[in-house]
Write a protein that binds this ligand. Structure first.
Ligand SMILES: Nc1ncnc2c1ncn2[C@@H]1O[C@H](COP(=O)(O)OP(=O)(O)OP(=O)(O)O)[C@@H](O)[C@H]1O
Ligand SMILES: [Mg+2]
Length: 309
């Protein structure tokens, strides 16, 4: 049997003339943490909302565990948890505990089983000591935890999380990553939207990059880093940058810029070895001293900005 949990086929959402998501094809396997990245307005929330059945596509199909969710969503309702990007839940005058109980009832969990689940979930999400606080009085970071807690009260097999760390401080972001990692280790398949590139890099085994509604890459973080990998940057700091730039000006296959005392050279990877030999000979023959010489690989964030702008 295939381990495919989610299949999206030609998934499209149009708002009048605006194509928010354009013919997206996606397959997600059991056990994955799949991250959707993309600039603001790229279609991440629209995509995740369609995948979990909250928003109806204009066209295209979604299968969860082989079930066409447009026809029989109720069959997989309890297999899915959704932590939205925004929620007005914390406007209500309920305590954290009452809120978790309410969400448990929505999934038909009652009595002792629910009591245990509320304890477990509050523990897992770091809300134990806040259980009796009113949700409208929680800090922003705790509200995010509460949204996450409500989405896992029924132990879903698949969890959709939309920007779980937005507006959360660095320590809180790390905590949320740990909670998600723990859930994944326990067997939950996770689909996460995020604008934090390092969150995606640390958590996800695959990432999809959306640009204006189109899925332009769908690979592991390392594979995404190889995109545009024909380019390399060499960074060098010397005691005679004038002489160095005279040399660089006659190498017509490179470009460079100076930042503080650093000369940043952009070069095609294929030309890099030959250039380095020439450069080192030039520095040696002209008695130029270097404080710092580095070959920089592009970060995931660099690649993300390159391919989405
Ligand atoms: N209810 C709606 N009515 C009309 N247009 C919408 C609606 N919801 C989203 N859109 C449009 O669809 C596109 C995708 O929006 P979406 O919220 O999915 O982007 P996003 O990638 O989640 O952005 P962000 O990073 O800001 O959360 C945008 O152009 C947005 O204006
Ligand atoms: Mg969004």
């Amino acid at each position: 049997m295939s381990d495919l949990l989610i299949i999206a086929e030609k998934l499209t959402k149009k708002y009048k003339e605006n194509v928010a998501v354009n013919s997206l094809n996606l397959e997600i396997e059991k056990g994955e943490i799949f991250g959707l990245l993309g600039p603001n307005g790229a279609g991440k929330t629209t995509t995740i909302s369609m995948l979990d059945g909250i928003l109806r596509p204009t066209s295209g199909k979604i299968f969860i565990k082989g079930i066409d969710i447009d026809k029989i969503l109720y069959k997989v309702k309890d297999d899915i948890g959704f932590a939205p990007q925004e929620s007005d839940i914390y406007k209500r005058k309920l305590t954290v505990k009452e809120y978790l109980i309410f969400f448990g009832h929505c999934h038909n969990i009652w009595g002792g089983k629910l009591k245990n689940r509320v304890e477990e979930v509050a523990n897992k999400t770091g809300l134990s000591e806040h259980k009796n606080k009113y949700v409208n009085q929680l800090s922003g970071g705790l509200k995010k935890r509460l949204i996450l807690a409500t989405s896992i009260i029924h132990k879903p097999e698949i969890l959709f999380v939309d920007e779980p760390s937005l507006g959360v401080d660095p320590k809180g972001r790390r905590d949320i990553r740990m909670i998600l990692k723990l859930l994944n280790n326990e067997g939950t398949t996770i689909i996460i939207n995020t604008n934090y590139i390092n969150e995606a890099e640390i958590l996800c085994n695959r990432i999809g990059i959306l640009k204006k509604g189109n899925l332009i890459a769908c690979k592991s973080p390392d594979e995404v880093k190889q995109l545009n990998s024909d380019k390399q940057q060499i960074s060098i700091e010397t005691n005679n940058n004038n002489l160095l730039t005279d040399f660089l000006n006659i190498q017509n296959y490179i470009s460079y810029e100076i930042q503080n005392n650093n000369v940043i050279i952009n070069i095609n990877r294929n030309d890099s070895t030959g250039f380095m030999q020439k450069l080192i000979r030039f520095l040696y023959e002209n008695n130029i001293l270097t404080n710092n010489l580095r070959i920089d690989e592009k970060s995931l964030e660099d690649i993300f900005i390159d391919i989405t702008q």
